[in-house]
Each structure stands twice: as structure tokens, then as C-alpha cells.
Design a protein around this ligand. Structure first.
Ligand code: NAP
Length: 815
């Protein structure tokens, strides 16, 4: 072909990547792989093997072992043994190992990339230029944290043995996101790759062994979801880190409930891709291509819901369809291909069935007339328009190359549509008006927001979801919290084990109103005037309200004497309190939108007013708990001090500029979680109440507080302090009564975003179990006693971390 002809047709020439090195590596292993435990390849006797298929050709690449209980036990034992020394290995030594792994990844860059494409079906262009470089970057970045941990994270310790379960869409990248932070901070791991894609994890295991990592620090088990479940329920695993579907995430939340295991869940999404009329439309078209046809759309944060401003929708969709006609679908090892194969036939069938659902829901399905290979699981890039916002195809994750499109008129409508989903993983906003774009970015509920760009990732920026897209972050400083526990805290070993079937029972049983009357009251009259009754009420929306059920509880002193009475709250009281807490967000300006200085001033004011009434609060503590005057005053003083701490943090924990590889700005914003339900312990009734309320409101959350059940009067006295401290109505709501019964209503409430339950192990179990319904964030105490007076246990980063969720906003720069 002449140069002239090339210019006329603009056809791509063949650009094949050779599979030879991968084929040779597979042959070296006789196309059979064992399990990687303690740096050894283990092949259990009589084990089952199952094949790994190249989705582009349907050919078998190799076969791997199906791990069972004995292998899971062996891998966990190996990790436990290694933890003893690895957790004590100096940070610099750990850093050296991570650095060696990163270097070895780079040495075997091409082999890893080709294998990934052959095993998964993704274009070599992506595995070579995105997956593998990010894999190395994660190990370099976390080598840095291993080096810095002793100084920068000295109040923390590693968690222990981590069970890690990953999906098939980014097998290497997901492995890096999980393994690198875990081992950097001194944990050891047992990782299970997804069934569809196992081979690159096994090549990675060889790279680890080559780097000389001590045996047992990383163990890799191939196996089905059953093996995954065995890891999740293994008693000697201290934390589960999971990436996968929301459906399985929910199962894992319930399985680990009450076990004391830490849990992070990176789940599904249905992310909006919002285009305003003033956007650079050609740029936005390329953005859409990247958002939904990158990795064949099998991307958790794929921009799969296109929201286009009505004024440009027709023109934009016309241009998009033209662009779709130029996409090239074919052999993943062809370097000029845009889309490779879906991972498996089952996945192909699921995607196809969603497209048919879209059509049956009234959608107009567009698929360009482009060449699609007959062999292999290739799917045509698809656009569905004319759908209703509530259509299933618009609401549910399709996880394939299928884009649905809606229109909007105003920015407010765009935000409403963007947030009209149970997910909250990512969003992309396109506008040349930076004020508009950043305003929308701040209002969309998502863990990552890309302005005039999409699908950007870096080890220095945490990735993770809001709402049913899960909790926890991977990457960045924020991601480290997933692999550490406070230095003072032992591994929770809760003493409550749910009996078989107990999970189906109504948690905590039925509520029985408490005994309201004075024990031993004899009804004798005296000549004195009766005291003016001061029975405290609930505190909802800044008002004192009577309990809905009109029941009262007796509050008894240390000798069983009556020291007061409080309202016995019920479901309705909690519902009213949650509504008030929501309203405080929506007010103008909502509590979260007030600037830190304002929240800080209010917290100082609370401290001032509490200090002024210190004696009275001390007397109340003595009457309720029988503590000494000195202890009571110490508790009051510590409460005042704690309020100062969070007044200080109110304008100093807003987030940070992340140092990613983007030329531009990546900002990690600490957003409030939203409405928090907080159940307080009985110990230190005033100090614990303040220690939990103050960080939550300092960081812009509104709260429903359930004070100590036994000693609630410090909290009910406290609302007079709140009343005189300019706290806006609804920011703090207080409902007294049966703590567990009230917590049950809170945790089951769809509009509560997070629950803090500093109670016993049984209650902790129920909170974690019930929270799975809408994937609330939870923070529970498992009955571990906490010395609230000790600043290491009663305040600080653990509390602040629980009070925020990190949103990363990416804004590229360039004239
Ligand atoms: P999946 O079905 O949830 O499986 C994920 C992993 O969990 C696999 O290793 C799977 O093993 C294992 N597994 C399945 N059931 C299990 C159980 N009951 N107990 C323990 N382990 C179990 O998800 P997928 O289809 O592989 O991946 C697609 C999903 O991942 C999508 O929803 C996507 O959005 C999500 N994702 C999220 C992120 C994120 O960062 N938020 C990133 C990537 C993907 P088998 O493979 O053997 O079944």
C-alpha cells in the first residue's frame, strides 16, 4: 500500500503483540499451577484443577488448583506465622522489600501485561500502559509508607492476617491496591483472585519470591467463591478486604458481623457522566469513550449513566454515534484495538440480557455497524437513549460496554439525577465553567469526581465509595487506616457468638417499657411543698419534646435510689430525630456547609457553657454513678478539654492536596458522613457523650445521640448547654431510653448514613449485621473497655477518621 493510499483510507495496519513469552512461561509450568503458600508451590493430593480460558479465543491457557478448607487453613497459618516477624520488621526493611517488588514488576512489565490481556481479554494498550504501571506505582508509593510508618503513624499498629478477595476486571491492579498497603504496614495476606482471572496473580507470586520476600507474608490461593467464603469466616483472619459486587459485599458484611474483623468493601457503581452545554464537546466525546468503553465497560467506576444538558443533547448524541462507528473491537493483543473481549460467556449473556431489558423498558438501542469478531466473547459498544430515570437499566450496574443516556435542564436537576441511585462510587463533570464544575463536584455523592477527565487513578489518591458502593478507601493516606488499628487496642475477640439461625430473629427482641416509678416510694405526704418536676424530655430539632410513647424511665443511683426520670424513647422519636438531623443538613446554610471557623466557635461556646456549669454537672455525675467529687470534676474538665480539641479540629481536618501523577490538582476532601446515629456507653456518661458528639459535629455531621442507658441525665442536662451555645436546631438530637432498642431503629433507618455503637459484643454484632441492608458505615466497640480519660483512647484521629468520608476531586490543568 502506498503512503497516499494510507492517507486516503486512514486504515490501521496490523500491530500484533507476541504471546510467545507468555506461552513459554505457561509451558515452563506445564500449564498447571499449584497454590502459593509460604513462598512454596503447593499441590494438594487429589486436588481438583480447573481451566483458565482466553476469552478472546476460547482456548484453554492453563489450569489451577481449587483450594479447599485444608489449603485455606495452611495459607492462614503461614500468614499468621509470618506476621510474628513481619509486623516487627523495621519499616526500612519492609520498604526495601516493597521497593524490590516494584522493581521486579518493572523488569517483567511486558510479560505481566501480555498475560493480563490473554487471561482477561483487555486490550494490551491498557494492560501495558495503565494496569502494570499502576501496579508498580502502588508498590513504590507504599514502600514510602513502610519507610515513614514508625514516625508518621506511630499511634497505630498493623491489624494482623488480612484476607483479600478481588474481582476479575483489573486482576493485577486490584491485587496491588490490596497487597501493597497491607504488607507495607506490617500485615500479612492471603489473597484469592477471581475465578475468571487467576494467572497474573500467580506470575506475581513468582515475582514476590524472586524479590526474596520472607515466606508467608503473601499467600495466593486460587479457588471458587467457596474458598473465598472460607477465608472470610476463618477465625484467625483479622480483616477482610473485598472488591466485587454489592450483592456479595452484603453477604460478607453479614458473615463478618460481630466477629471483630475489620472490613473494607469496594463495591459496584452506576456512575454519572455529566456534560454541561459549555463543555468542550470533542473532549467530552473522548471522555465518554474512556469512561464506558475502557476495559469493555467492565469498570466499577465506569461512567455508565450519561447525563447531557438538554440544549446540546441532540448534537452530542449525534457526534457520539459517529465516534462509536470508529471504535475498533478485536484481538486484545492488537496494539491498535479499542475494545477487547468480555471476560466470559456468562458475562456476555448478562450484558446482552441487560440490553434487551433496556429495549423492553422503551429504550432506543444503538449499536454501530462495526466489525465484531465471531469467535470469542466480544460485544458491540452500545448506547441506550430515551429511558426513564427509574428504568432498571438506568439504575442497575450492567458492567459491560453499555451506556445509558438521560438529559437535564439545570445544574440542580443534573445533581438530582446524578444522586438518584443507591451507589456512590464516582462521577465525571464536564464544563468549561470551573465554578459550576466544582460546585457540582462537591454536591455529587461519590468517592471520586473527575472534572473534565475520567477514570484517573493513582496510588497517592484514595479510591472508594459512598452509600452502597461500599466503605473504606484504597490508596492515599486515607487508605492506610484500613490496615491499621490504634496502638492501644487489642484485636477484638467478642464474647458473643450468634447461635445458628439467630440472624433471622428480630434483633434485640421486643421493647418492653422500663419501670418508671420510684422504687420503694411510700406515698406519705409531708408538709413541704412538692418539688417542681424537672423530668427531662427528648431533645429533637432544638426543642424539648415529650416521648411519643408517653412512658418514663427511672434513673437509679449506685444504691438503687431514684435520681431522676427520663423519657422512654421509641421508634417514632428516633424517626423524628433523624428527620430533624436531615433538615439540619438541608437548612441554608446546612451544618456541613458552614465553614470550619463557625463550627469551631460553636464548639468553644459549648465548652465555655459546660465549664460555667461544671459544678452542677459534677454533682449529677456523683449522684448517678457514685463516683468521688474529684473523679466527677476530672470528668467534667476532660469533657471541656475534649470540646476544645474538636473546636481545634473543626477547621483543620478538611482534607489535603494529593500528590498524584496528574498534571493538575487532586484534592482529597474530608466530607461528613451525613446523619450519624451514636449510641454511647455507660462508662463516663458525660465524657463519652462529649467525646463522640464533638468530633461528629466538628466535621459537619448531624447526630442522633442515644446517651448512656443507665446514666442518661448528664446528656439531658447537656441540652441546656446546647441551647445556650448557638447550636442550630437538629444538629444534635438526643433520644433517651433503651439503648439497644433505639439503636435497632437507627440502624434499620434508610436515611441514617452511619452508626457508632460503643456497646457490647452482642449489640455490635446486630449493628454490623443489620447495617448491610443499605451498607451503612459502622463503628462498633465489641465491648472492649475504653479509658475515655486517656487521650490516646478517647480522642484523635480514630474519631476524626470515623467522622468523615474522603472524596477525591481531580482537576487537570492546561491552557
Ligand atoms: P463478585 O461476583 O462479587 O466476585 C468478586 C470476588 O469475590 C471473586 O473473587 C469471587 O470469587 C468472590 N466471591 C464471590 N462470592 C463470594 C462469597 N460468597 N464469599 C467470598 N468470596 C466470594 O464480583 P465480580 O463479578 O468478580 O466483579 C465485578 C464487580 O466488582 C462489579 O460489581 C464491580 O463494580 C465490582 N468492582 C468494584 C471495584 C471498586 O473498587 N469499587 C473495583 C472493581 C470491581 P469467584 O470469582 O471465584 O466467584
Amino acid at each position: 500500500m502506498s503512503v497516499k493510499e494510507v492517507f486516503e483510507t486512514m486504515d490501521y495496519g496490523p500491530a500484533p503483540e507476541s504471546p510467545a513469552a507468555v506461552e513459554a512461561w505457561l509451558e515452563e509450568h506445564n500449564r498447571r499451577f499449584g497454590l502459593f503458600i509460604g513462598n512454596q508451590w503447593l499441590t494438594p493430593k487429589d486436588c481438583e484443577y480447573y481451566p483458565s480460558i482466553n476469552p478472546a479465543t476460547g482456548e484453554k491457557l492453563a489450569e489451577t488448583v481449587q483450594a479447599g478448607q485444608a489449603e485455606v487453613d495452611a495459607a492462614v497459618a503461614s500468614a499468621r506465622q509470618a506476621f510474628k516477624t513481619w509486623s516487627k520488621t523495621p519499616g526500612h526493611v519492609r520498604a526495601r522489600y516493597l521497593y524490590a517488588i516494584a522493581r521486579n514488576i518493572q523488569k517483567h512489565h511486558r510479560l505481566l501485561a501480555v498475560l493480563e490481556s490473554m487471561d482477561n481479554g483487555k486490550p494490551i494498550r491498557e494492560s501495558r500502559d495503565i494496569d502494570v504501571p499502576l501496579l508498580a506505582r502502588h508498590f513504590y508509593y507504599h514502600a514510602g509508607w513502610a519507610q515513614l510508618m514508625e514516625h508518621e503513624l506511630r499511634d497505630w499498629q498493623p491489624v494482623g492476617v488480612i484476607g483479600q478477595i478481588i474481582p476479575w476486571n483489573f486482576p493485577l491492579l486490584m491485587l496491588a491496591w490490596k497487597i501493597a498497603p497491607a504488607i507495607a504496614l506490617g500485615n500479612t495476606v492471603v489473597l484469592k483472585p477471581a475465578s475468571y482471572t487467576r494467572l497474573s496473580a500467580l506470575l506475581f507470586a513468582e515475582i514476590v519470591a524472586e524479590a526474596g520476600l520472607p515466606p508467608g507474608v503473601i499467600n495466593i490461593l486460587t479457588g471458587s467463591s467457596k474458598a473465598g467464603s472460607m477465608i472470610v469466616t476463618h477465625p484467625d483472619v483479622d480483616k477482610i478486604a473485598f472488591t466485587g459486587s454489592t450483592e456479595v459485599g452484603r453477604i460478607l458484611r453479614r458473615q463478618t458481623a460481630g466477629s471483630g474483623k475489620k472490613l473494607s468493601l469496594e463495591l459496584g457503581g452506576k456512575s454519572p457522566f455529566i456534560i454541561f452545554e459549555d463543555a468542550d464537546l470533542d473532549g467530552a466525546i473522548e471522555g465518554v469513550v474512556d469512561a464506558i468503553w475502557f476495559n469493555q465497560g467492565q469498570v466499577c467506576c465506569a461512567g455508565s449513566r450519561l447525563l447531557v444538558q438538554e440544549s446540546i443533547a441532540e448534537e452530542f448524541l449525534r457526534r457520539l454515534k459517529v465516534r462509536m462507528g470508529h471504535l475498533r473491537v478485536g484481538d486484545p493483543l492488537d496494539k491498535s484495538i479499542d475494545m477487547g473481549a468480555l471476560v466470559d460467556k456468562t458475562q456476555w449473556d448478562t450484558v446482552d440480557s441487560w440490553v434487551r431489558t433496556g429495549a423492553s423498558e422503551g429504550g432506543a438501542v444503538f449499536q454501530p455497524q462495526i466489525e465484531i469478531p465471531d469467535k470469542g466473547f466480544f460485544y458491540c459498544p452500545t448506547l441506550i437513549t430515551d429511558l426513564h430515570p427509574a428504568a432498571e437499566t438506568v439504575q442497575e450496574e450492567i458492567f459491560g460496554p453499555v451506556l445509558v443516556s438521560l438529559t437535564f435542564r439545570t445544574p440542580a436537576e443534573a445533581v438530582e439525577l446524578a444522586n438518584n441511585t443507591r451507589y456512590g462510587l464516582a462521577a465525571s463533570v464536564w464544563s468549561e465553567n470551573i465554578s459550576l464544575a466544582l460546585d457540582v463536584a462537591s454536591r455529587v455523592k461519590a468517592g471520586s469526581v473527575w472534572v473534565n477527565c475520567t477514570n484517573l487513578f493513582d496510588a497517592a489518591s484514595g479510591f472508594g465509595g459512598y452509600r452502597e458502593s461500599g466503605f473504606g478507601r484504597e490508596g492515599g493516606r486515607e487508605g492506610l487506616f484500613e490496615y491499621m488499628r490504634p496502638a492501644w487496642q487489642p484485636r477484638p475477640r467478642p464474647d458473643f457468638t450468634p447461635e445458628h439461625g439467630e440472624r433471622d430473629e428480630r434483633p434485640w427482641g421486643e421493647h418492653i417499657p422500663a419501670r418508671p416509678l420510684t422504687p420503694g416510694a411510700d406515698g406519705r405526704r409531708t408538709d413541704d411543698l412538692p418539688e417542681v418536676d424537672r423530668t427531662p424530655k427528648m431533645y429533637i430539632e432544638g426543642k424539648q419534646v415529650r416521648p411519643d410513647g408517653h412512658y418514663t424511665r427511672a434513673v437509679l443511683g449506685p444504691k438503687g435510689e431514684l435520681v431522676g426520670q427520663v423519657g422512654d424513647g421509641n421508634r417514632k422519636d428516633i424517626r423524628d430525630a433523624v428527620e430533624a438531623a436531615h433538615a439540619a443538613h438541608l437548612a441554608k446554610p446546612g451544618w456541613a456547609m458552614r465553614h470550619g471557623h463557625n463550627r469551631s466557635q460553636i464548639l468553644y461556646f459549648i465548652a465555655e457553657n459546660l465549664g460555667a456549669r461544671g459544678e452542677e454537672f459534677g454533682d449529677r455525675l456523683r449522684a448517678m454513678t457514685g463516683c468521688s467529687q474529684k473523679a466527677a470534676q476530672r470528668e467534667v474538665q476532660a469533657s471541656v478539654e475534649r470540646l476544645f480539641t474538636y473546636a481545634a479540629w473543626a477547621d483543620k481536618y478538611g482534607g489535603s492536596v494529593q500528590e498524584t501523577t496528574l498534571r493538575g490538582i487532586t484534592v482529597g476532601v474530608h466530607e461528613p458522613v451525613g446523619v450519624l446515629g451514636i449510641a454511647c456507653p455507660d462508662e463516663f456518661p458525660l465524657l463519652a457523650f462529649v467525646s463522640l458528639m464533638a468530633p461528629a459535629i466538628a466535621r459537619g455531621n448531624t447526630v442522633v445521640m442515644i446517651p448512656s442507658e443507665r446514666h442518661p441525665l448528664s446528656a439531658t442536662d447537656f441540652y441546656q448547654v446546647l441551647d445556650t451555645s448557638d447550636v442550630p436546631p437538629g444538629v444534635v438530637n438526643i433520644v433517651t431510653g433503651d439503648r439497644d432498642h433505639l439503636t435497632k431503629t437507627l440502624v434499620q433507618h434508610e436515611d441514617v448514613d452511619g452508626i457508632w455503637y460503643l456497646g457490647d459484643s452482642r449489640g455490635s454484632y446486630y449493628v454490623e449485621y443489620e447495617s448491610a441492608a443499605n451498607m451503612k458505615r459502622t463503628w462498633v466497640g465489641y465491648g472492649i473497655p475504653r479509658d475515655w480519660l486517656d487521650p490516646a483512647q478517647g480522642e484523635g484521629h480514630e474519631f476524626l477518621h470515623e467522622a468523615v468520608q474522603v472524596k477525591n476531586i481531580w482537576v487537570p490543568t492546561g491552557a
